[in-house]
Design a protein around this ligand. Structure first.
Ligand code: DX5
Ligand code: ZN
Length: 218
């Protein structure tokens, strides 16, 4: 199955988000990074902007919440009509209940793991999640370098998903480019976030190049 490409608008022009959404109409999803200045040392956008993005985006929203108190906020973001809501495992007291609340508000429920966070506890409740996001950089900023040391965790996630028979997607986020997408896909990623690699050039062309690079592996 071809991989899904989810360009991150963190690298778009924040004064022209509607225009820059139009430039990725060929993408499968659009990755929207919500940062609160507490969980990560960076601040981006919040609920009112996400609501408008949802209204104008030609592709479904792949929300990535990097905010404290995920149990409270993730279900609220699901109410925007986002296709998928990813919350940060480290910010959730009860990930399974939070995932359930996201689903009951109509979105796919996904959990993100920082590079240093162990996957094993979350494999016990794999059926609670529609996607696992294996962070391939420390969350907070675009344009960082891919961390290959996260690949064993991704491989382990792929093994567990395959063994379970569940349709849990595996996303990677951070430092994905033409140089690193092959590594991510060969280790089991099926959903690919790319910010600077897409918006650093002509977005439609960059998306096509990433798809082609992934297809040589998948
Ligand atoms: C980082 C964000 C990423 C970021 C990726 O915390 O979660 O989504 O936009 O940017 P690139 O692809 O430039 O590493
Ligand atoms: Zn992200």
């Amino acid at each position: 199955m071809p991989v899904r490409i989810s360009p991150s608008i963190l690298s778009a022009d924040f004064a022209n988000l509607e225009r820059d959404l139009g430039r990725i109409a060929d993408a499968d999803l659009v990755h929207v990074d919500v940062m609160d200045g507490h969980f990560v040392p960076n601040l981006t956008i919040g609920l009112p902007v996400v609501q408008r993005l949802r209204e104008v985006s030609p592709v479904p929203l792949d929300l990535h919440l990097m905010v404290d108190d995920a149990d409270r906020w993730a279900p609220v973001y699901a109410e925007t009509g986002a296709f998928s809501v990813t919350f940060s495992a480290e910010a959730a007291a009860d990930p399974v209940a939070t995932a359930r609340a996201i689903r009951s508000n109509g979105a796919r429920a996904s959990i993100a793991l920082k590079p240093g966070t162990d996957l094993e506890p979350y494999l016990q409740t794999l059926d609670a999640f529609d996607m696992i996001l294996v962070m391939t950089v420390e969350p907070g900023f675009g344009g960082q370098s891919f961390m290959p040391e996260t690949m064993p965790k991704l491989r382990r996630a792929r093994e567990a998903v395959t063994a379970s028979g569940l349709d849990v997607w595996l996303e990677v986020d951070g430092g994905i480019s033409l140089d690193t997408i092959g590594t991510a896909v060969s280790n089991g990623a099926d959903t690919i976030v790319a910010g600077s690699a897409v918006y650093g050039g002509e977005p439609a062309q960059r998306i096509a190049e990433l798809r082609a690079a992934a297809a040589t592996v998948a």
